[in-house]
Ligand binder design. Structure first.
Ligand SMILES: Cc1cc2nc3c(=O)[nH]c(=O)nc-3n(C[C@H](O)[C@H](O)[C@H](O)COP(=O)(O)OP(=O)(O)OC[C@H]3O[C@@H](n4cnc5c(N)ncnc54)[C@H](O)[C@@H]3O)c2cc1C
Length: 223
């Protein structure tokens, strides 16, 4: 997509990626959206669950949530999702950095009122975390639905920034007797643990028993 003045990466602009596929892949690999909005004149950034469906980013929350109430006004919002792939150690303090994939989305959210789209968003958010799990749990009741707001943010003003590879040392520093390289960072799923109330004979469903999640490694300039 064509960057706008505010979605144009300025520092290390060579790391910028505006291709919707790359933006989508970072959003799909992420776990937490940091949602920023002005509330009563002051900025606030709140971590939230989310999901991408096509070119829309959905978040949901309680009707009592200050963030959800702020989002539904349609005020300007900024959402970031960040994946840390590694800590990059250079031979100098100055050149230490991180390998990462990050997305920043600018725009205005709309309140989702259509029951079908709301259900799509609920399913997508759950399946973003545990694919297939929506079909394995009790569906929301009418009362639960009344207590939950859903907002949709279009992904038409977004940027990705992707940093990968070894440290970028000064030529003169390469002769220093200092270790340099990368400490890879990964988020991995542990062994699922049942709570104390799982009924006798109930096994973990496939979505849980086969669950494993590791953020993908950046290969080459793309994802
Ligand atoms: C990984 C993750 C996923 C989440 N997913 C959702 C979601 O999908 N939907 C949802 O509604 N909520 C989600 N939350 C909770 C969310 O971050 C807020 O705590 C929640 O929306 C409460 O809103 P509020 O209106 O009570 O607080 P607000 O009025 O929004 O916040 C009041 C103040 O409380 C403090 N505060 C609020 N939340 C946090 C926090 N998480 N950590 C530290 N301080 C905080 C801040 O100082 C803030 O200014 C998630 C949190 C995490 C960490």
């Amino acid at each position: 997509m064509e960057p706008t003045p505010r979605s144009t990466v300025r520092r290390l602009a060579q790391l910028a990626v505006y291709d919707p596929g790359t933006i989508a892949s970072v959003l799909d690999a992420g776990l937490v959206a940091h949602v920023g909005i002005h509330y009563q004149g002051a900025p606030v950034v709140i971590p939230m669950a989310y999901a991408r469906v096509g070119d829309t980013l959905y978040v949901h929350g309680s009707t009592a949530s200050r963030m959800m109430r702020a989002l539904k006004t349609g005020d300007a919002v900024c959402v970031t999702v960040t994946l840390i792939d590694g800590i990059v150690l250079a031979r100098s303090a100055f050149n230490m950095s991180m390998n990462y994939r990050a997305v920043v989305v600018h725009g205005h959210a709309r309140l989702v009122t259509d029951p079908g789209e709301r259900m799509t968003a609920f399913r997508a958010i759950m399946d973003h975390y545990v694919p297939g799990h929506w079909d394995e749990v009790r569906a929301p009741s009418d009362q639960e639905l009344r207590q939950t707001l859903v907002t949709a943010l279009p992904l038409d003003e977004a940027s990705a920034k992707v940093s990968s590879g070894p440290p970028d040392d000064e030529e003169a520093d390469l002769e220093l007797r200092v270790w340099a390289g990368e400490i890879p960072i990964r988020t991995v799923a542990g062994t699922p643990t049942p709570d104390g109330n799982v009924q006798a004979g109930v096994q973990a469903p496939a979505s849980v028993s086969h669950y494993s999640r590791e953020f993908g490694v950046v290969e080459g300039p793309g994802i």
